[in-house]
Design a protein around this ligand. Structure first.
Ligand code: URA
Ligand code: SF4
Length: 231
Protein backbone atom coordinates (compact mmCIF):
# COMPACT_ATOMS: atom_id res chain seq x y z
CA UNK A 1 0.00 0.00 0.00
CA UNK A 2 1.17 3.53 -0.69
CA UNK A 3 1.36 5.96 2.25
CA UNK A 4 -1.78 7.64 0.85
CA UNK A 5 -3.64 4.34 0.82
CA UNK A 6 -2.49 3.57 4.33
CA UNK A 7 -3.64 7.00 5.52
CA UNK A 8 -7.04 6.48 3.90
CA UNK A 9 -7.37 3.01 5.43
CA UNK A 10 -6.48 4.40 8.86
CA UNK A 11 -9.08 7.13 8.47
CA UNK A 12 -11.69 4.57 7.47
CA UNK A 13 -10.75 2.48 10.51
CA UNK A 14 -11.07 5.50 12.79
CA UNK A 15 -14.52 6.20 11.34
CA UNK A 16 -15.51 2.60 11.93
CA UNK A 17 -14.48 2.86 15.58
CA UNK A 18 -16.58 6.00 16.03
CA UNK A 19 -19.66 3.98 15.06
CA UNK A 20 -18.72 0.74 16.78
CA UNK A 21 -21.22 -1.17 18.91
CA UNK A 22 -19.19 -4.33 19.46
CA UNK A 23 -19.24 -4.13 23.25
CA UNK A 24 -21.28 -2.62 26.10
CA UNK A 25 -19.00 0.41 26.36
CA UNK A 26 -20.80 1.89 23.35
CA UNK A 27 -23.89 2.36 25.54
CA UNK A 28 -22.24 4.74 28.00
CA UNK A 29 -19.72 6.57 25.83
CA UNK A 30 -20.20 10.10 24.51
CA UNK A 31 -17.57 9.72 21.79
CA UNK A 32 -15.45 6.76 20.86
CA UNK A 33 -11.75 7.64 20.77
CA UNK A 34 -10.03 5.76 17.92
CA UNK A 35 -6.64 7.41 18.34
CA UNK A 36 -4.74 10.07 16.46
CA UNK A 37 -1.48 10.71 14.72
CA UNK A 38 0.12 10.17 11.33
CA UNK A 39 0.01 6.75 9.68
CA UNK A 40 3.76 7.21 9.14
CA UNK A 41 4.51 7.51 12.88
CA UNK A 42 7.40 5.32 14.02
CA UNK A 43 6.38 5.50 17.67
CA UNK A 44 2.97 4.41 18.95
CA UNK A 45 1.69 5.00 22.46
CA UNK A 46 -1.00 2.71 23.81
CA UNK A 47 -2.90 3.73 26.93
CA UNK A 48 -5.72 2.02 28.74
CA UNK A 49 -8.93 3.70 27.68
CA UNK A 50 -10.46 7.14 27.31
CA UNK A 51 -11.18 9.11 30.47
CA UNK A 52 -13.74 11.85 31.07
CA UNK A 53 -12.15 14.51 28.85
CA UNK A 54 -11.27 12.07 26.07
CA UNK A 55 -14.85 10.81 26.01
CA UNK A 56 -16.10 14.39 25.75
CA UNK A 57 -13.74 15.36 22.93
CA UNK A 58 -13.27 12.07 21.09
CA UNK A 59 -9.49 12.51 21.27
CA UNK A 60 -6.91 10.50 23.23
CA UNK A 61 -4.93 11.88 26.15
CA UNK A 62 -6.34 15.40 26.26
CA UNK A 63 -6.79 15.66 30.06
CA UNK A 64 -4.21 15.97 32.82
CA UNK A 65 -2.50 12.70 31.87
CA UNK A 66 -2.35 13.95 28.29
CA UNK A 67 -0.68 17.20 29.33
CA UNK A 68 1.95 15.18 31.16
CA UNK A 69 2.40 12.94 28.11
CA UNK A 70 2.94 16.02 25.92
CA UNK A 71 5.55 17.32 28.39
CA UNK A 72 7.32 13.98 28.45
CA UNK A 73 7.43 13.89 24.66
CA UNK A 74 8.93 17.38 24.58
CA UNK A 75 11.75 16.23 26.87
CA UNK A 76 12.98 14.06 24.02
CA UNK A 77 12.26 16.52 21.25
CA UNK A 78 8.98 15.05 20.06
CA UNK A 79 5.61 16.63 19.46
CA UNK A 80 2.28 14.88 19.91
CA UNK A 81 1.83 15.22 16.15
CA UNK A 82 4.91 13.06 15.57
CA UNK A 83 3.51 9.96 17.25
CA UNK A 84 0.38 7.84 17.09
CA UNK A 85 -1.59 7.74 20.33
CA UNK A 86 -4.34 5.24 21.06
CA UNK A 87 -5.78 2.99 23.76
CA UNK A 88 -6.53 -0.67 24.44
CA UNK A 89 -10.26 0.11 24.52
CA UNK A 90 -11.57 2.95 22.42
CA UNK A 91 -14.58 3.85 24.57
CA UNK A 92 -14.55 5.12 28.12
CA UNK A 93 -15.34 2.57 30.81
CA UNK A 94 -17.99 4.08 33.13
CA UNK A 95 -16.42 5.95 36.06
CA UNK A 96 -13.00 5.07 34.63
CA UNK A 97 -13.26 1.50 35.88
CA UNK A 98 -10.80 -1.06 34.51
CA UNK A 99 -11.66 -2.35 31.05
CA UNK A 100 -13.03 -5.89 31.33
CA UNK A 101 -11.51 -8.85 29.48
CA UNK A 102 -14.45 -9.21 27.08
CA UNK A 103 -14.29 -5.49 26.25
CA UNK A 104 -10.56 -5.70 25.58
CA UNK A 105 -11.20 -8.73 23.37
CA UNK A 106 -14.01 -7.01 21.48
CA UNK A 107 -11.86 -3.97 20.81
CA UNK A 108 -8.67 -5.82 19.98
CA UNK A 109 -9.21 -6.08 16.19
CA UNK A 110 -9.02 -2.28 15.94
CA UNK A 111 -5.65 -2.19 17.68
CA UNK A 112 -4.40 -5.07 15.53
CA UNK A 113 -5.41 -3.19 12.40
CA UNK A 114 -3.83 0.04 13.65
CA UNK A 115 -0.61 -1.87 14.27
CA UNK A 116 -0.64 -3.34 10.78
CA UNK A 117 -1.34 -0.04 9.06
CA UNK A 118 1.06 2.10 11.07
CA UNK A 119 3.66 -0.64 11.57
CA UNK A 120 5.48 1.37 14.26
CA UNK A 121 9.11 0.67 15.04
CA UNK A 122 8.46 1.35 18.72
CA UNK A 123 5.46 0.74 20.96
CA UNK A 124 5.31 2.44 24.33
CA UNK A 125 2.71 0.82 26.54
CA UNK A 126 1.28 3.09 29.20
CA UNK A 127 0.10 1.13 32.20
CA UNK A 128 -0.76 -2.47 32.82
CA UNK A 129 -3.46 -3.25 30.27
CA UNK A 130 -1.38 -2.32 27.24
CA UNK A 131 1.72 -3.98 28.69
CA UNK A 132 -0.09 -7.28 29.25
CA UNK A 133 -0.64 -7.67 25.57
CA UNK A 134 3.07 -8.24 24.93
CA UNK A 135 4.55 -8.93 28.34
CA UNK A 136 1.97 -10.85 30.34
CA UNK A 137 2.65 -11.47 34.03
CA UNK A 138 5.34 -8.81 34.20
CA UNK A 139 5.35 -6.30 37.03
CA UNK A 140 5.36 -2.75 35.75
CA UNK A 141 7.39 -1.63 38.78
CA UNK A 142 10.12 -4.05 37.69
CA UNK A 143 10.15 -3.77 33.89
CA UNK A 144 9.22 -0.12 33.28
CA UNK A 145 11.58 1.57 30.85
CA UNK A 146 13.13 -1.70 29.66
CA UNK A 147 13.28 -2.69 26.02
CA UNK A 148 11.70 -5.87 24.63
CA UNK A 149 12.06 -6.91 21.02
CA UNK A 150 8.96 -8.55 19.60
CA UNK A 151 9.98 -9.51 16.10
CA UNK A 152 11.28 -6.28 14.62
CA UNK A 153 9.35 -4.11 17.05
CA UNK A 154 10.69 -2.52 20.21
CA UNK A 155 8.19 -2.64 23.08
CA UNK A 156 8.84 -0.37 26.04
CA UNK A 157 6.46 -0.65 29.00
CA UNK A 158 6.07 2.54 31.00
CA UNK A 159 4.05 3.73 33.94
CA UNK A 160 0.74 5.29 33.01
CA UNK A 161 1.03 9.10 33.20
CA UNK A 162 -2.18 9.18 35.26
CA UNK A 163 -0.53 6.85 37.78
CA UNK A 164 2.47 9.16 37.94
CA UNK A 165 0.13 12.06 38.69
CA UNK A 166 -1.58 9.98 41.34
CA UNK A 167 1.66 8.66 42.88
CA UNK A 168 4.15 11.52 42.53
CA UNK A 169 7.14 9.33 43.44
CA UNK A 170 6.66 7.50 40.12
CA UNK A 171 7.01 10.65 38.09
CA UNK A 172 10.83 10.93 38.18
CA UNK A 173 11.00 7.31 37.02
CA UNK A 174 8.64 8.02 34.16
CA UNK A 175 10.73 11.04 33.17
CA UNK A 176 13.90 9.00 33.36
CA UNK A 177 12.37 6.26 31.20
CA UNK A 178 11.49 8.87 28.57
CA UNK A 179 14.93 10.44 28.70
CA UNK A 180 16.51 7.03 28.08
CA UNK A 181 14.22 6.20 25.18
CA UNK A 182 16.28 7.69 22.30
CA UNK A 183 19.38 5.68 23.32
CA UNK A 184 17.26 2.55 23.77
CA UNK A 185 15.79 2.97 20.27
CA UNK A 186 19.33 3.36 18.88
CA UNK A 187 20.47 0.16 20.61
CA UNK A 188 17.42 -1.73 19.33
CA UNK A 189 18.36 -0.68 15.79
CA UNK A 190 21.86 -2.09 16.29
CA UNK A 191 20.39 -5.36 17.60
CA UNK A 192 18.04 -5.62 14.63
CA UNK A 193 20.86 -5.04 12.17
CA UNK A 194 23.05 -7.60 13.93
CA UNK A 195 25.66 -5.09 15.07
CA UNK A 196 25.00 -5.62 18.78
CA UNK A 197 23.75 -8.54 20.81
CA UNK A 198 20.51 -8.19 22.72
CA UNK A 199 22.38 -8.91 25.94
CA UNK A 200 24.88 -6.15 25.23
CA UNK A 201 22.02 -3.81 24.45
CA UNK A 202 20.15 -4.77 27.61
CA UNK A 203 17.16 -5.75 25.53
CA UNK A 204 14.99 -8.82 26.11
CA UNK A 205 13.93 -10.87 23.11
CA UNK A 206 10.29 -11.88 23.30
CA UNK A 207 9.17 -15.07 21.64
CA UNK A 208 7.42 -14.20 18.39
CA UNK A 209 3.76 -15.18 18.33
CA UNK A 210 2.51 -18.33 16.66
CA UNK A 211 -0.01 -16.15 14.84
CA UNK A 212 1.88 -13.23 13.37
CA UNK A 213 0.82 -9.80 14.51
CA UNK A 214 1.24 -8.45 11.00
CA UNK A 215 0.20 -10.95 8.39
CA UNK A 216 1.08 -10.20 4.82
CA UNK A 217 -0.65 -7.36 3.02
CA UNK A 218 -2.95 -9.91 1.41
CA UNK A 219 -4.47 -10.72 4.78
CA UNK A 220 -5.20 -7.11 5.60
CA UNK A 221 -8.82 -7.21 4.64
CA UNK A 222 -9.27 -10.90 5.21
CA UNK A 223 -11.45 -10.42 8.28
CA UNK A 224 -9.23 -12.67 10.40
CA UNK A 225 -8.21 -9.81 12.65
CA UNK A 226 -10.34 -10.83 15.60
CA UNK A 227 -8.40 -14.04 16.01
CA UNK A 228 -5.04 -12.78 14.77
CA UNK A 229 -2.33 -11.24 16.82
CA UNK A 230 -0.93 -12.02 20.20
CA UNK A 231 -2.09 -11.77 23.73
N1 URA B 1 -5.80 7.60 30.02
C1 URA B 1 -5.70 6.67 29.05
O1 URA B 1 -5.32 5.54 29.28
N2 URA B 1 -6.03 7.03 27.82
C2 URA B 1 -6.44 8.25 27.49
O2 URA B 1 -6.71 8.49 26.32
C3 URA B 1 -6.53 9.22 28.51
C4 URA B 1 -6.21 8.87 29.77
FE1 SF4 C 1 -16.35 -0.91 19.97
FE2 SF4 C 1 -14.05 -0.87 21.29
FE3 SF4 C 1 -15.93 0.94 21.81
FE4 SF4 C 1 -16.30 -1.59 22.56
S1 SF4 C 1 -14.70 -0.19 23.33
S2 SF4 C 1 -17.80 -0.28 21.54
S3 SF4 C 1 -15.32 -2.69 20.88
S4 SF4 C 1 -14.81 0.72 19.89
Amino acid sequence: MTPEERAAALQALEAEVRNCTRCRLCETRTHAVPGEGPVTATIMFIGEGPGFNEDRQGRPFVGAAGRLLTELLMRIGLLREDVYITNVVKCRPPNNRDPQPDEIRACKPYLVRQLRLIDPEVIITLGRFAMERWIPNARITKVHGQGFLYGHRLIVPMFHPAAALHKPHWRPQLEEDFDRLPALIDRARLVRSGQMSATEAGITLLKPPSTPEEPTQLDLFGGSSSSGGNG
